[in-house]
Ligand binder design. Structure first.
Ligand code: NAP
Length: 243
């Protein structure tokens, strides 16, 4: 059932990867906006409506979504933020390396989206936001399966927007660039950024590192009632690093 909180409509939302970084900030922002939010993560936070599921495992996703549906009700907002990177030269990648990155970053979006669609179709209203990556704008060496998966997520977003628009469901993607999360700091420590975060700030037009809250703000807008005429779009949030 849809309730209202003042003038705002209260919805049930699921955020994958909600245990850390960008997904955690999105869940916090949607809660602050009055929505009921459940998170899915490999390592869920110790909080209400935080569930453990590997998004690459359909049985785990279906089980978690069934529990969320039973506890919260119809889910009409989905943000697919779970993801992982792998840095390796293409020639050294095993097929298992390749498959794992594709399974989590791309097939995870497939599983979670299919699992919530019945609720959105029944409601005649839905908002899906897929967190892809700014690496899709120009490619990235040593990250081929990740960039391939995230580029496919952008393509999936456009196709689903066309397919689901008539049902009242919008589908958009947000490719973040250079956001200060555990993922970025791990890459800095491992010397994978080609400099420090501070060095990169000098090369970023708005002269700061992105914050998870920047991505959360874009998502909050895209899942809102007023964003209903926006679908199939790829909204870069990257401080101007990619235009
Ligand atoms: P993060 O801090 O590592 O958060 C990612 C979350 O996803 C973690 O909680 C992780 O759990 C979870 N996760 C990983 N594999 C999962 C699986 N199979 N099933 C369920 N949950 C899983 O990274 P982040 O920087 O916030 O990244 C969030 C999203 O933004 C990702 O999709 C990432 O690719 C994308 N992104 C980030 C940046 C950036 O600058 N930070 C740039 C471009 C794109 P564990 O920690 O337990 O593994």
């Amino acid at each position: 059932m849809t309730m209202t909180n003042g003038s705002a409509v209260v919805r049930n939302a699921v955020v994958t990867g909600g245990g850390s970084g960008i997904g955690k900030a999105i869940a916090e922002r949607l809660r602050a906006d009055g929505h009921q939010v459940a998170t899915l993560d490999l390592n869920p936070l110790d909080e209400k409506f935080a569930y453990r599921a590997d998004v690459a495992n359909r049985d785990q996703v279906d089980e978690a979504l069934a529990t969320i549906h039973a506890e919260l009700g119809q889910v009409t907002i989905l943000v697919n933020a779970a993801g992982l990177e792998k840095y390796k030269r293409f020639r050294n990648l095993s097929f298992e390396d390749w498959q794992h990155v594709i399974d989590v970053n791309l097939s995870g979006v497939f599983h979670c989206t299919q699992a919530v669609l019945p609720d959105m179709s029944a409601a005649g209203w839905g908002r899906i936001v897929n967190i892809s990556s700014s690496s899709t704008h120009g490619g990235q060496p040593f990250m081929s399966p990740y960039v391939a998966a995230k580029s496919a997520v952008n393509g999936l977003t456009k196709s689903l927007a066309l397919e689901l628009g008539p049902e009242g469901i919008t589908v958009n993607a947000v490719p973040p660039g250079f956001i200060d999360t555990p993922m970025l700091r791990k890459n800095e420590e491992r010397g994978l950024l080609g400099g420090t975060v501070e060095d990169h700030i000098e090369r970023t037009p708005v002269r700061r590192v992105g914050r998870p809250e920047d991505i959360a703000a874009a998502c909050a807008f895209l899942v809102s009632e007023e964003a209903g005429y926006i679908t199939g779009q790829i909204l870069g949030v990257n401080g101007g690093r990619n235009t």
